[in-house]
Ligand binder design. Structure first.
Ligand SMILES: O=C(O)CCC(=O)C(=O)O
Ligand SMILES: [Fe+2]
Length: 291
């Protein structure tokens, strides 16, 4: 691990056809999953009023991530990431109870989205899942699950201090245990942005995770050193309230911190998704969701 001075990452040529966000269609969604387009944007996916109702209801209930090596992140819900090995030290110190502890947390959250839907008039998590599921009749669509245990999807995250450059790619990130997530053949994420921000933009880089990227891994966190993305195409975006964005999370990406004098929290509802191929499902390919 570490950066060799003067070396440039060697990667296959870019597959991106554009760096601009495109609308959500069957073809653009497959392009996103398989790396041919960086960003899908659905403006005003929920109203400002709905975003505001949700935010007000959730704000008092945010708690810190149980484990996070970068800048602090708070949440309502649970992230499988909290149970992942993040730093080099984490990779050396696995306890063996991570999956059981994760599924114990999931069990506490079974009715979160239905309850929020009842209280605010709309289950916005379900609305996103439905919008995606109806586009891809060729996939079975469900929550990720294994051995009869379902994963949690739809975490509300408060990321005010930004993130390091990183990617979310379970075939590597989850390989310390036998999570079903490590069997996906592509991974994307949706974020539904709920609060007005200044600063806090997201930038996606035209660099996907390969083993070679590990040469640029920051051993102290889940991040990668900036040399990895130097000179590469980038697709930056500045989310507005109610916007839904999807991107391929195998691509390196980072979130900028909020401007220092900005007082409102940066809150978004997020979930990963990925495709389990037929040789894993034994049937049709399956689009699975988890956070
Ligand atoms: O909050 C964002 O804009 C993106 C956060 C992120 O790293 C992700 O969704 O994978
Ligand atoms: Fe990410």
């Amino acid at each position: 691990m570490g950066v060799e001075p003067g070396t440039k990452p060697r990667r296959p040529e870019s597959q991106w056809k554009t760096t601009a966000p495109v609308p959500l269609t069957h073809d653009s969604f497959l392009d996103l999953l398989y790396g041919r387009t960086p960003l899908i944007r659905l403006p005003n996916f929920v109203s400002d009023a709905q975003a505001d109702r949700l935010t007000k209801m959730l704000l008092p209930t945010f708690t810190p991530y149980l484990h996070a090596t970068g800048p602090a992140v708070k949440k309502v819900g649970v992230a499988q990431f909290e149970f992942q090995a993040q730093s080099a030290q984490d990779f050396q110190n696995r306890k063996g109870d991570e999956k059981d502890r994760y599924f114990d947390e999931v069990a506490k959250l079974r009715t979160l989205h239905a309850d929020l839907g009842t209280k605010t008039g709309e289950n916005v998590w379900q609305k996103v899942i439905d919008a995606i599921a109806e586009l891809v009749p060729e996939f079975d669509v469900s929550l990720a699950s294994e051995g009869g245990r379902e994963y949690f999807s739809g975490i509300f995250r408060n990321i005010d201090g930004g993130t390091p450059i990183h990617c979310d790619w379970c075939p590597y990130d989850c390989l310390t245990e036998d999570w079903i997530l490590s069997r996906i053949e592509c991974q994307a994420v949706f974020n539904l942005y709920l609060t007005p921000v200044r600063g806090g933009g997201t930038t996606l880089y035209d660099v996907q995770w390969t083993e070679d990227a590990l040469r640029f891994r920051d051993p102290d966190s889940y991040g990668y050193f900036p040399e990895l993305v130097k000179g590469r195409d980038r697709a930056p975006f500045a989310p507005q309230v109610g916007d839904l964005y999807l991107f391929n999370s195998r691509n390196m990406h980072e979130v900028a911190p909020l401007d220092a004098d900005w007082k409102t929290h940066r809150i978004a509802l997020a979930s990963f998704m990925g495709v389990l191929p037929s040789d894993v499902t034994g049937g049709r390919p399956k689009l699975i969701f988890w956070s």
